[in-house]
Design a protein around this ligand. Structure first.
Ligand code: ADP
Ligand code: MG
Length: 335
């Protein structure tokens, strides 16, 4: 306290002034911090991690490093990745992460009766939905690749895996969810209590905002801007994953060819849907189920979502919304 104040104030008043100054300092410290955020191209998509309750940017660096490391492990296209070596028959022993990813992938393949099929790789690698120069593959090549698809022919025992000749693993429909779960674990172990992990629209929340309100996560209007939502969900700690036809596609002769394949035909699945969004605790589960439910279509997809105990929103070809029965996550429908 300034000497001039000390001179003129009696001790009780001095105490009161000290308490006021102390209180003001406390209040200042309780002001909400600005979130810190990092966006990078990784995992073949745009990755954004935002921390709402801390400003430790080194955690953001570590998240981006983790994405890079997982890409080196799980990419189907990088030559040196563990999945590529497995697909070329150069290894039959899995790292702990690959073992966990593939055993989850096989579990959802079984659960969805092959609508999601982890072994769709020989077919999916014939299609190019990303470069902007995609063309419909030669039907003979698709017919030749189809017999290699079949999750039930994969043998996984501990860290040992055996694939039939020609069978190719494609972890693309579950890997981002798995990686989001690992980033969440990493951030929580480092004390983060409020964050959003967004791997190209595959969103996983750590709790809600620091003031206790939930995060607001939009379900995109198909083919519209990312900011144009058909539903806005209030999400606390959960994963929100969407599989939509508008995410990766090309057009040929007026027909839209999208990246969600029917493992039985090898062609984009015509399930009468535009997107499926899954709300779940685990993002790997949401990722696998969003693809599976899309391929199964509205009726069977709804049954799978209900039996798996997740909440889901289906958007059909007429832009009609369909919610799982008893949908309990609060939401609003923007005008
Ligand atoms: P996104 O990658 O756009 O988030 P998904 O999680 O639904 O979408 O995954 C789609 C990717 O998964 C495709 O690009 C393809 O590599 C692979 N895939 C496509 N159809 C299937 C399927 N029926 N089962 C398993 N994987 C699939
Ligand atoms: Mg998926």
């Amino acid at each position: 306290m300034k000497p001039i104040l000390r001179k003129f104030l009696p001790p009780a008043a001095m105490l009161a002034v000290a308490a006021l100054l102390f209180g003001a300092a406390l209040l200042r410290n309780r002001q909400p911090q600005e979130p810190v955020s990092r966006t990078e191209l990784s995992l073949n998509t745009v990755v954004t991690v935002t921390l709402y309750d801390g400003q430790d940017e080194s955690l953001l660096d570590r998240c981006m490093d983790l994405c890079g490391a997982y890409e080196q492990m799980f990419s189907r296209t990088l030559e040196g990745s563990e999945i590529s070596r497995l697909n070329r028959g150069e290894t039959d022993t899995l790292s702990p992460d690959a073992q966990a990813l593939l055993s989850e992938g096989l579990r959802y393949s079984a659960l969805s009766d092959g609508a999601f099929d982890l072994t769709v790789g020989a077919v999916s690698s014939l299609w190019d939905f990303s470069s902007g120069e995609g063309e419909v593959p030669d039907p003979a090549a698709i017919a030749a690749a189809l017999p290699t698809v079949g999750w039930e022919k994969v043998e996984l025992n501990g860290d040992r895996i055996s694939l039939p000749a020609g069978t190719q693993i494609d972890p693309g429909a579950i890997a981002k969810g798995y990686i989001a779960d690992r980033l969440k674990e990493f951030l929580q172990e480092n004390g983060v209590e409020s964050a959003i992990i967004d791997l190209g629209g595959n969103v996983l929340c750590i709790s809600g905002r620091p003031d206790g309100t939930p995060f607001r996560i939009g379900v995109r209007r198909p083919f519209s801007d990312a900011s144009d939502s058909m539903v806005i969900l209030e999400v606390d700690g959960r994963s929100v994953v969407t599989s939509g036809v508008y995410e990766r596609y090309f057009e040929e002769d007026g027909v839209l060819y999208h990246h969600l394949l029917d493992p039985e035909t090898g062609y984009p699945c015509d399930s009468g849907l535009l997107s499926v969004t899954i709300l779940s605790d685990s993002s790997a589960e949401g990722d696998a189920l969003s693809t599976a439910c899309f391929v199964l279509g509205l009726e069977k997809g709804m049954e799978l979502a209900v039996s798996a105990g997740v909440e889901a929103i289906f958007i059909d070809e007429n832009y009609e919304l369909h919610f799982t029965p008893g949908f309990s996550t609060p939401y609003t429908l923007p005008e």
